[in-house]
Design a protein around this ligand. Structure first.
Ligand SMILES: O=C(CO)[C@@H](O)[C@H](O)[C@H](O)[C@H](O)COP(=O)(O)O
Ligand SMILES: [Zn+2]
Length: 192
């Protein structure tokens, strides 16, 4: 790999973020999504996160910003990533299907007014789609983080962040940027 190739990859990541910088629709969606998550926590609700592969890591990372801390020393906020219990995951994938691992947890643990955040760069991972469908059936607010098309998640997301790229790692790099912004603004709202 040459220096030029490395610069090209960094430039590609910046180019996606450059589009987010000037996209008023994205900014407005961040503002309304932050309001919804803030209200969810204020009313005693919780925020659940799910994704596959690198997006599972994003789910776990952002859940910990709420349940642990972001910038402030403050009380814990109820947030979980749905892939963290390997006994549950291996049993349900083995006995039922990998497609239902997240939907089943949403059915079992989510309540009206909670928030489900689903990450899928394609927008078409079946286990995320089924989790979003389960959420919709239960009055759970849905937030979708996807790539440019939104895939099937487009129609299932109350708040959609369809990052303008079709390149999985570049999409993920912007997902974590938007996720961090949301965590910071929610924390600032709740703990001024
Ligand atoms: O992190 C990466 C690629 O950057 C991979 O692990 C990636 O997340 C996996 O291939 C996922 O299974 C892709 O699924 P999705 O984003 O289409 O839902
Ligand atoms: Zn990755």
């Amino acid at each position: 790999m040459t220096n030029n190739q490395i610069s090209g990859l960094i430039q590609a990541s910046i180019a996606v973020k450059q589009q987010l910088l000037t996209d008023e629709t994205v900014h407005q969606t961040i503002i309304t999504c932050v309001e919804a998550i803030t209200k969810c926590f204020q009313l005693g609700g919780k925020v659940l996160f799910c994704g596959n592969g690198g997006s599972a890591a994003d789910a776990q990372h952002l859940a910990a910003e709420f349940s642990g801390r972001f910038y402030k020393n403050r009380k814990a906020l109820p947030a979980e990533a749905l892939h963290c219990n390997t006994s549950y995951l291996t049993a349900v994938a083995n006995d039922y299907s990998y497609d239902v691992i997240y939907a089943r947890l949403v059915e079992g643990t989510a309540n009206n007014g909670d928030v489900l955040v689903g990450f899928s760069t394609s927008g078409n991972s079946t286990n995320i789609i089924k989790a979003m469908e389960a959420a919709r059936n239960q009055g759970v607010i849905t937030v979708g983080f996807t790539g440019a098309t939104g895939g099937a998640m487009k129609e299932l997301s109350d708040y959609l962040f369809n990052v303008p790229s079709t390149d999985t790692p570049r999409i993920q790099e912007s997902h974590i940027l938007i996720g961090h912004i949301i965590c910071q603004l929610v924390e600032a709202n709740l703990f001024p």
